[in-house]
Write a protein of this length. Sequence first.
Length: 201
Amino acid sequence: MEWRKVSVILPTIEEKAAFGIIDEIRKLMPGSEIIVVDKSGEEYKKRIRAKGVTLVSQKSKGYENALMEGFASAHGSLLATIDPDGTYEPEDLRKVVEAMVDQDADMVLGNRNLAGIYNTLHKSKLHDVMPGIFAMRRQVFEAIREVEPYRAGTLFFIMEASKKGYNKMIDVPINYHERPEGTDSKLAKSKVVYGMGVAGH
């Protein structure tokens, strides 16, 4: 696997687990580009810069926009992301990227086995349409680059890629953990509800 072709985006807002995740990605995916899209205070940014990664200060609002900014800054032909909040394992990110290459997929999603309304409406076989781990090819992003993001989490990328004809999507089983004690989710409950709503459009 040529990991230098892979760019990994980490969207952060004061995520304590991000530092350890950066270290793990370097061990598991040596040579990959790591981009942190951050909307934290200056002290946190200093600590991120000290890790030797590319730092993008998020100009827009929201998870979807953070990823779009990160993907736009990436150099790799394979684009991937993991929520750096301690709920996902970098080993699973590696599995997702490897599956995309091995199975020549347009997009690969981590599967926490949580699918539902999207599959019913779109006759899809995906098992999870809101994971915090996924990967897609550069050409998929370029096809949706000019689309104005809306609040739907990962589902935004799935739906827009599908509209552009990129329907070779698969998922692979991943682990999911409770957030570390004393930390709050940056994913608003309203975003989840909204995402399920737009699945019907």
